[in-house]
Design a binder for this molecule. Sequence first.
Ligand code: ZN
Length: 417
Amino acid sequence: MFVAIRENGEYISLVEKWERSDLLELRNHETFHCPACQSKVQLKAGLKKTHHFAHVKGAECTIKTEPESEYHLEGKRQLYHWLQAQGYDVKLEPFLPEISQRPDLLVTTQTKRFAIEYQCSQIDYPLFKKRSDSYRNEGIMPIWILGAKWFKRMSAYAVRLSPFQWLFATSFNQPIQPSILYYCPDTSTFVKLSNLQPFTTGEAFCSIHFYKEKVMSFSSLLAPTNLEYAFQHLWGRKKQKWRLSYSMYPSNHLATFLTALYQNRIPPAHLPAEAGLPVPSGYWFHTPSMIWQMWILLDLLLLLRKGDTFFFSKVMEVISKRIATKDIMVRQLPLVFHTRYSLAVEEYLQVLVATGKLKKLTKTKYEKIGAFEIPTNLDEAYKMDNILLASVGKHEEDGLVQHNIGRDLSSDFIQKT
Ligand SMILES: [Zn+2]
């Protein structure tokens, strides 16, 4: 950390560059204390590393426990100067006694307060959620920025995302698609991922933007990015490979799924094209879209005849049961508000309506009007995938598939998980 309390009770900050000799002089005459937990901290004034304070080994801070690397300190320093240069009222490592937290940076504007956490080491979901919630309870908006060493690009439009990185997906208190932010102090660059479309549990398609710190403002960084639909053909190719490979090394949680396919005489690679369609809020599911959508088909839509009707609540019931048995897993997204996973389910039904499989009779009632064909061989499966994905892409361009972000009709049906 950069800030400590001196013996006279004043704060001392090392975020501005100090002469090493001055610091060594200070260190010889004074002791320093942590503003948060009051315990003694050491002034680290080495030759190479960023000057900083650190808790004594074995007496770690009770407020913040993760170690601060050189990378983290340098990133925090740059973010501090970046905000200061834009004229923001920004405090470095302020201790907030009401919630016993010490954000890396606190920005206060006329109407809002933002706690900026620049996170380089892994922390677990409960701690992440606890910190975020206590900021929000104080009316402070948490902005979590990941150290860019976590950024793992796979191709022009694809990244690897672990459950830890998904925690950072933020809708910034607006009813918009979430984004993930990274910052790299080595290149002074922000990376922003938006239009997140997870393909499997660990891989996602997304738009990737790089912004040099010098030309990016705090408000534009938080502004929504336009939706893009560049992924359809990539999705199709990926799905082809997935069909062949997913059942080769099945994990335990796939056992029930493969058994259900077997009982329905569907070879694992021959899922109907309607299983595995991209939907705007699909990020809510940790389980790949091929699988959660196939469960809807297996547990409900394949069992219905043409002309049968059903309510949206029935689909949510099917999903809830599969969530209870862990056949479907929902993502932990503590910073995405306004929507829940039911929106992804609703969007999926809308795609089925747009592609002529279902008809929407009322706000909550649907009729099955088309068949869900099981491909007889792989070539046929690929063809069906491509035709359906092209048609989904076309409907999205035409605006026929409404993205009702923020209008989560289905929230009445959600069971608390
Ligand atoms: Zn402390």
